[in-house]
Design a binder for this molecule. Structure first.
Ligand SMILES: Nc1nc2c(ncn2[C@@H]2O[C@H](COP(=O)(O)OP(=O)(O)OP(=O)(O)O)[C@@H](O)[C@H]2O)c(=O)[nH]1
Length: 597
């Protein structure tokens, strides 16, 4: 069971079902001095993580901290869910002149340069060939730049982006770039997902010892020292260098063979939509299982199976199963074999191929068999790969370079003067380069790529990016209102994706599915819709249509083909992954089989 208290917060019904009443928080209860201190520190951290974008009253932060046992990441993700980011006041678009002035002044911001008024005046006086004596030399230099920039702007109306017309596939081949792969980390609450990933990043030296010491100290002060590793994922996800705040935290690391992106769905409240968002970008998955007594079993009754089924339904074929917390069972071989057999049987029944499953015993907390092998005296019986080796062996997804461009927008951000509008997301197929015109769906608007930051170390600017990468694209010639998280970017000329209103979907049902209203999720995009028709039952193994004519309900655990109609047309195509939710629950997940108008 997880560490939450429940009251006054609108959690999903399935979130709260296993809570003891006496665990409830009486709002008027006095906080102990220890709680008060945790609350104080927690509030500071939550405020930091929320930044200026969210205006959340103290009381709400306190309630959420209390309910999540001072778990900063869960509190933050809950609050972000509940509160809309404050939209920056509709700022007047800075004039070209202001932009030019700002651009010139930017590098000198720290020096005491002339005021903007001075610059304007300088520009005017220079224009009038008037006297310049009253300005200092320093002011002159700076203002001169601005004047020049303004003059340039008047000649050159909008800065055009030149394409180098590169053969991107040839460039990519020349670059000898490592394989890239992204994976999603799933598993039942508290089975140790964050700790495992924190350990991976620590032992691969993506995170340094100083950071972990700092986190340990902080964790100690609130009496939860074992949480320090988990905080690596949680903390850094809130202050990622790109400044991208997304529900699915991403972290990158490299092995000798591959550049990996971890898509970790933080927190478990309303976890499934986060997981869907992560999974829709993932090449494979790590399923974390807690091997300690009873935990594996309660996970099986809980989310372990649901997550495994979701992976399958969303088309993730390959799974590395981390049989975690082996230290808690003294690396008992029999326990590992037992968990292995039970889970394998379940996976195979769910339609996974046994060849695509790797089981790795490990302990995130101690680091055994994550990056370094477990000491022989601990696990003499185990001869398989470490977790990192198993990741390396996970079949690298073939890059769909030759296919038409498809990129799902994971985040949209407005930056400064140089790059006022940027997007990030995974390129699912195709290639792109600076100067390319792109089409953004469903808006049907075009934009020009004026800059690219390739993902990975240092996020260096690049001329191109290819399928499998998660770059940042700086855009021009598009109004930001046309860009939303979940949009699809494609080429306007090479097989653009169409917006559709109805679909036939092959689903795996988790609940009874009837003709009914649903929320249709595709990655980060979701739209109200309805299951309008149950078309056919499908054989769970073969996926072929059964003979039964009139279908009234799809039973949980069975597969079917259904027709789904959307309230708004969305860019969807075969074989996109979809999830249907109703009343806060995932009722089915599946693959698009056909699109209709
Ligand atoms: N003994 C032992 N405990 C572990 C291990 N890994 C994690 N834990 C503990 O298990 C608890 C949960 O770990 P987390 O990493 O927060 O689990 P999680 O799956 O990310 O949790 P949620 O985000 O709540 O789903 C913490 O108290 C960890 O210290 C391990 O390898 N061995």
């Amino acid at each position: 069971m997880s560490n939450r208290r429940v009251k006054d917060i609108a959690y999903d019904a399935d979130d709260v079902e296993d809570y003891d009443d006496d665990d409830d928080y009486a709002q008027d209860e006095e906080l102990s001095p220890e709680d008060q201190e945790q609350m104080r520190q927690g509030k500071i951290k939550v405020r930091e993580a929320l930044g200026n974008a969210y205006s959340v009253p103290d009381r709400e932060i306190e309630d959420a901290l209390w309910n999540y046992y001072y778990d900063i990441s869960k509190t933050v993700s809950y609050l972000k869910d509940q509160f809309q980011p404050v939209r920056p006041k509709q700022q007047k678009q800075p004039s070209r002149f202001d932009q030019a002035v700002a651009a010139v002044q930017a590098p000198q911001a720290k020096k005491s340069g002339p005021s903007p008024d001075d610059v304007v005046e300088q520009a005017q006086t220079k224009g009038k060939k008037g006297n310049t004596e009253k300005h200092s030399k320093k002011a002159d230099e700076s203002a001169g730049g601005a004047v020049q920039a303004v003059a340039d702007l008047s000649v050159q109306d909008a800065p055009k982006v030149k394409s180098k017309n590169l053969d991107v596939i040839a460039e990519f081949k020349k670059s000898n770039m490592k394989n890239t792969a992204s994976f999603v980390v799933v598993g039942h609450i508290d089975h140790g997902k964050s700790t495992l990933m924190g350990r991976l990043l620590l032992d691969l030296q993506v995170i340094n010892q100083r950071t972990i010491d700092k986190l340990r100290k902080e964790a100690d002060t609130i009496g939860k020292s074992s949480f320090a590793l988990a905080w690596i994922m949680d903390q850094t996800s809130d202050e990622r260098s790109r400044g991208v705040t997304v529900d699915v935290a991403t972290h990158a690391f490299e092995t000798a063979k591959t550049r990996f992106t971890i898509l970790d769905a933080p927190g478990h409240r309303d976890f499934v939509p986060n997981m869907i968002a992560g999974t829709s970008q993932a090449d494979f998955a790590i399923l974390v299982l807690d091997a300690s007594p009873d935990s594996f079993e309660s996970g099986l009754r809980g989310q372990t199976k649901e997550h495994a089924l979701l992976l399958r339904a969303l088309g993730v074929a390959r799974v590395v199963v981390a049989v975690n917390k082996m230290d808690a069972v003294a690396w008992d071989r029999a326990r590992f074999e037992d968990v292995h057999q039970q889970m394998k049987a379940f996976f195979v029944t769910a339609g996974f191929s046994a060849a695509n499953l790797t089981f790795v015993p490990c302990a995130g907390l101690t680091g055994d068999n994550i990056v370094r092998a477990a000491p022989k005296e601990t696990a003499s019986w185990y001869e398989g790969p470490t977790l990192v080796n198993a990741l390396d062996d996970a079949e690298p997804a073939e890059r769909s370079l030759e296919k038409p461009l498809r990129m799902s927008v994971a985040d949209v951000f407005r930056g400064g003067v140089t790059n006022p509008l940027s997007i990030t997301g995974r390129i699912d197929a195709g290639t792109l380069q600076v100067g390319d015109q792109i089409l953004v769906q469903p808006a049907g608007e075009t934009a020009v790529i004026k800059g690219i930051e390739a993902d990975g170390e240092g996020e260096t600017s690049a001329d191109w990016a290819v399928a499998g990468m998660l770059p940042v694209l700086h855009l021009a010639e598009i109004d930001p209102v046309h860009l939303r998280v979940g949009d699809v970017v494609c080429s306007p000329t090479n097989s653009p994706i169409r917006n559709v209103r109805a679909l036939e979907v092959k689903i795996l049902a988790f609940e009874h599915v009837l003709p009914q209203l649903v929320d249709v999720h595709r990655g980060r995009m979701h739209v109200p819709g309805r299951v309008s028709e149950l078309l056919a039952v499908l054989d769970a193994k073969t996926g072929l249509e059964g003979k039964k004519k009139k279908l009234r309900v799809v039973q949980p655990g069975s597969m079917a083909k259904v027709r789904v109609e959307l309230e708004r047309a969305l860019p969807l195509e075969i074989p996109g992954r979809l999830v249907l939710r109703a009343e806060g629950k995932t009722i089915a997940a599946g693959l698009i089989d056909a699109v209709v108008g």
